[in-house]
Write a protein that binds this ligand. Sequence first.
Ligand code: FAD
Length: 321
Amino acid sequence: MSTILAFAEARDGELRNVSFETIAAAKQINEDAQVVGVVLSDQKTEALADEMIHHGADRALVVEHADLKEYTSDAYTQAAMAVINEENPAGIVMGHTSAGKDLSPRLASKLDSGLVSDITGIEGSGDDTEFVRPIYSGKAFEKKKLTDGVTFVTVRPNNIAPLEKDTSRSGEVSSLDVDIKDLRTVIQEVIRKASEGVDLSEANIIVAGGRGVKSEEGFEPLYELADELGAAVGASRGACDAGYCDYSLQIGQTGKVVTPDLYIAVGISGAIQHLAGMSNSKVIVAINKDAEANIFNVADYGIVGDLFDVIPKLTEEIKAL
Ligand code: FAD
């Protein structure tokens, strides 16, 4: 039976959602294959392995090592290659995250395999599997097929639905000892931005503000709405450049690419560079006082009005539900 490795992504001892999406993608690629959840971390790997199995992995393989506390290219490449050599997989799936974007091409070059990155869908299965990925900043899609070697893909977060969690599922968990050495980079310290609440790249709902929000204080009503919705707050580059919020919130061509179920664009004109980061959201709501704003061309629902009137009313209505 062939094996597909689904790489988990752990942060502070917790798995990110994209980990479960890699399992679902692996199952779609070949439902007859054995899907092995791979956990590389410095802690709690057994518990994380169980999580992978509860989300559909047939078994799990863990590598626990102090050098896997934070992502570094050298340490993770060595650990992942040790797993790949051990398992000799037919397929590899990882998240198209900051770590996945760095790690996957390194592994592909070592394996001399192809790589289809940033997939948002899978069609067919087995040898006929085609991978759908956005191109030209999301204005078109292409379908790609891997014709030789390991089927290696990275999945864009929030596009492939994870399987239902089932805590009664069980599977073998094995661990692999890895000798990690000759690290050319080590992380001295991680300085986290004091970001509150939901992680932008994994959020199901995003409330994003633009230059129309006019000030840092102007973002307060957006945070209130986001709190009510369990949403993350994002921003256009216009808002970041103006100093209303941190660049870590920027969405677009030179910011984060997001695909939430619901994207609420507030005071954002809809420049092409912004659309590149959010136009694949499932439902887009635009709030803008200019009825001609380009954002309305991609919106499913539009409200023409002053955001400072609309947002508090919307928040009140949602509170009342
Ligand atoms: P504006 O274009 O100024 O729009 C503000 C909007 O707010 C207007 O539509 C206005 O009608 C509305 N408004 C004003 N007041 C109110 C109110 N009271 N109520 C309701 N609506 C109101 N941009 C990104 O976002 N992300 C990127 O990653 C990115 N990368 C770029 C890369 C390059 C190489 C370049 C050249 C540009 C990039 N940009 C990016 C910038 C982009 O071109 C736009 O300048 C930017 O997106 C504009 O931000 P905005 O929509 O917030 O501001």
